[in-house]
Design a protein around this ligand. Structure first.
Ligand code: SF4
Length: 220
């Protein structure tokens, strides 16, 4: 099965419950959610003019992407993993693609597999992912609903918070789901006011604070 791939590199996970964990980050290409604050907008369009023949060329420019067999993606991840036990499939919106074969290939290479999704697509469901992080993107311009069935697959919800209404939207989503995992609030773009609001809300609700710690160490 072919996978639309934007980038692949060894990193330290900076956000959420697994922060600090070495991971091979597999950034898939394509997303139609349209978040205004997205920091990977170059992954959105599956445009032919930016399609290149191989991963090496895709890695040279964030707007470029390539297609690779799932098994070859897993092999490429293995080649750079050093001691990393985890592979992180992110995007773009990775669950727009069927992830079953990619997860199986990564498992066969000995990886634990984590997925980060907006909750608007189902390509990871039933694939045997070890850690699902749903970062719900509610009311975005792409008008794609966050699906309660996807929220229920999550080990962790990581909500990006720019203003108090974002927490209200999250509470409404939690009421519509049977999610039982960990809730993390992440201040949007490390904004100080949003950070103070996230801290007080986490203290009040017993939730976790997620900071983009990879930015402190100049990681992507
Ligand atoms: S879902 Fe993620 S990749 Fe897609 S637009 Fe939103 S932040 Fe960007």
């Amino acid at each position: 099965m072919m996978i639309r791939l934007n980038d692949l590199y060894l990193c330290i996970q900076g956000e959420g419950c697994l922060a600090g964990t070495p991971m091979v980050l597999i950034r898939l290409h394509g997303c139609s959610v349209g978040c205004p604050f997205c920091d990977t907008k170059e992954t959105w369009a599956n445009d032919e003019e930016n399609r290149v023949p191989d991963l090496h060329q895709a890695q040279a420019d964030p707007s470029k992407w390539c297609e690779m067999e799932a098994s070859d993606v897993a092999i490429a991840a293995s080649e750079i993993r050093q001691g990393a036990k985890w592979a992180l499939i992110t995007g773009g919106e990775p669950a727009d693609q069927d992830l079953h074969q990619l997860v199986a290939c990564l498992n066969a290479c000995g990886f634990l597999v984590a997925v980060e999704t907006s909750g608007t697509a189902t390509g990871h469901m039933g694939a045997g992912v070890h850690w699902v992080c749903v970062s719900p993107k509610l009311g975005m311009p792409g008008a794609k609903p966050v699906l309660p069935d996807v929220v229920n697959t999550a080990n962790e919800i990581k909500m990006v918070v720019g203003k108090p209404e974002d927490v209200t939207k999250l509470e409404d989503l939690l009421e519509r789901s049977s999610f039982k995992g960990t809730v993390c609030l992440q201040p949007m773009s490390t904004n100080p006011e949003a950070t103070r609001f996230c801290i007080s809300t986490c203290q009040r609700k017993g939730w976790r604070l997620s900071l983009q710690t990879h930015k402190w160490i100049n990681e992507r």
